[in-house]
Ligand binder design. Structure first.
Ligand SMILES: Cc1ncc(COP(=O)(O)O)c(C=O)c1O
Length: 418
């Protein structure tokens, strides 16, 4: 036991679950991992990055890209990403979207900055159900409580349930502790679901009726990772139901291009919220790696992001089909397992038969590891009241043949428990 007197945050800090899953991987060579949310190695854009690096190196003048940059990010990159967002939808105040654009070390940093400036320990954030488990762990680390917004059997936001939740928070005197609402709105991690505009509107309307005007954080990390069609819903930036709320829209270049460059971005409808987040970012790092941003400027200037997306959209669709096909052929649906075929993203979200425990310490999980396949237990993906019979399978990393084999191994265990 150390004698170091840690802060409250230091005391709360725990090893993230993903670290445990990675440890399992290292201890079990031959294990096929459907757990890590990593991207596909085979299609990482080496030539595009090489060309960008060469153009930068050959550029006349001072190599400013190897110098510190600005806290909010490179103006040209911000402008290019704002253009990209404004090509997808037309929010009422496009100028504000541009003005308040910022760059972060992945969208993960933006999430952390937002939570740091909005929440104190004991505060509450309303989250989607299921939700992004690394974000949920972050909330735990900050001492912030996640409360799931209720959903119906199809996973749609249940407006009446949300109204009842807000009412019960009011009755317990906790409504004032609600500091933000968060959801992953396109091809979600973990559920692969997208929220349609009606659902987003219903959340805003329930909050409005309850008199709760808190910032909404829309996490659009997978918006551009659709397979054939973008999801048609506009973001909260454009929806009139959200017009009176402070809005934070976050996305990333890691999943659609190269996670190793770790560049994320966002924009806000609220200049003060943004300024506070950037003050804290100043304390963290006073600016995301200038060089990585410069590479993205080059990539975007020659259409490199769209070219990469064209490659990986079909690639991920093929990989999704390989895993989906293996699970289906092995007869999982007949055993009561359910999942939807995603239109984008990196995940299959499986519902195991009622009553089955798929948690990290369950017999099922141990049997999967013994059979050489790893998954993310779905109970990690719930802010509260976590059911045990869900599983997230990621098809980002493995090739099609390995995905098919991993699917067969998984199905083999499911049959034994069936
Ligand atoms: C829903 C969601 N949001 C945010 C992130 C953070 O991504 P990054 O920090 O690489 O931009 C991830 C990464 O897996 C994610 O799945």
């Amino acid at each position: 036991m150390s004698s170091i007197a840690y802060s409250a945050l230091g005391h709360r800090a725990q090893s993230p679950t993903i670290a445990q899953l990675m440890k399992l991987m290292l201890e079990n060579p031959g294990l096929l991992s459907l757990a890590a949310g990593f991207t596909d190695n085979q299609t990482l854009p080496v030539p595009a990055v090489q060309a960008a690096v060469e153009r930068l190196a050959n550029r006349a003048g001072a190599p400013e890209y190897l110098q510190y940059g600005t806290n909010a990010g490179r103006p040209k990159l911000r402008a290019a990403l704002a253009d990209r967002l404004l090509a997808m939808e037309t929010p009422p105040d496009a100028e504000m979207i541009r003005r308040n654009f910022f760059i972060t070390n992945g969208s993960q940093q933006a999430l952390y900055l937002a939570m740091q400036v909005l929440c104190d320990p004991g505060d509450i954030v309303l989250v989607d159900r299921p939700s992004y488990f690394v974000y949920l762990e972050m909330l735990t680390g900050l001492g912030v409580q996640a409360r799931s917004m209720p959903v119906d059997a199809d996973g749609r936001i249940d407006a009446a349930g949300l109204a009842a939740l807000l009412e019960s928070l009011r009755e317990r005197g906790e409504l004032g502790r609600v500091k933000a609402v968060y959801f992953v709105s396109y091809f979600s991690n973990p559920s692969a679901r997208s929220l349609d505009e009606a659902e987003k509107n219903e959340i805003a309307e329930a909050l409005t009726r309850a008199g709760v005007n808190v910032p909404v954080v829309e996490d659009a990390a997978y918006r551009e990772l659709y397979y054939t069609e973008p999801h048609p819903a506009r973001s909260v930036l454009s929806l009139p139901a959200w017009s009176a709320f402070p809005k934070l829209y976050l996305s990333t270049l890691t999943k659609p291009f190269a996670s190793g460059l770790k560049v994320g971005y966002g924009t806000s409808s609220d200049a003060e919220l943004l300024a506070k987040m950037l003050h804290v970012k100043g304390h963290h790092d006073f600016g995301t790696a200038n060089y990585n941003q410069a590479i993205f400027e080059e990539v975007l200037a020659v259409g490199g992001l769209d070219a990469q997306l064209a490659v990986i959209r079909t690639g991920y669709q093929r990989k999704m089909r390989a895993l989906h096909g293996a699970l289906t052929e092995a007869g999982l649906p007949g055993l009561g397992w359910k999942w939807s075929v995603p239109g984008g993203g990196l995940y299959l979200w499986l519902t195991a038969p009622e009553g089955m425990d798929t948690g990290m310490d369950s017999a099922f999980c141990h049997a999967c590891v013994a059979a050489g396949v790893l998954y993310v237990p779905g109970d990690l993906c719930f802010g509260d009241d976590a059911p045990k019979n869900f599983i997230r399978l990621s098809f980002g990393v493995l090739g099609e043949a390995d995905l098919a084999e991993a699917g067969r191994r998984f199905a083999g265990v499911a049959k034994r428990f069936g």
